[in-house]
Unconditional design. Structure first.
Ligand code: SF4
Length: 82
């Protein structure tokens, strides 16, 4: 049985193959399409403090927040968080 963590990002979860592939996708995402590192950190900090985060996923949009927050043209589905 897997545990549910309401405050974890993917980077903090186990070494399951699926999570490894997601982390690889994030690491390899093209630089020209990603937000600057400081903005990425700011976005993830907002997710970490948000009650919608569960197992690295946003309960509002169903996205893994580390993927969504990475992309220049994406935004938080809840107004004004990022
Ligand atoms: S994307 Fe927005 S609503 Fe979803 S977990 Fe992050 S801060 Fe919360």
């Amino acid at each position: 049985m897997s545990m549910i963590c309401r405050k974890c990002l993917l980077a903090e979860l186990g070494e399951d193959e699926y999570f490894i592939s997601l982390r690889r996708y994030i690491a390899d995402y093209p630089a020209e399409k990603r937000v600057p590192d400081d903005e990425y950190s700011r976005r993830l900090a907002a997710c970490k403090a948000c009650e919608r985060l569960t197992n690295g996923m946003c309960a509002l949009c169903g996205c893994y927040v580390e993927l969504r927050a990475l992309k220049i043209n994406e935004h938080c589905p809840e107004n004004n968080k990022w």
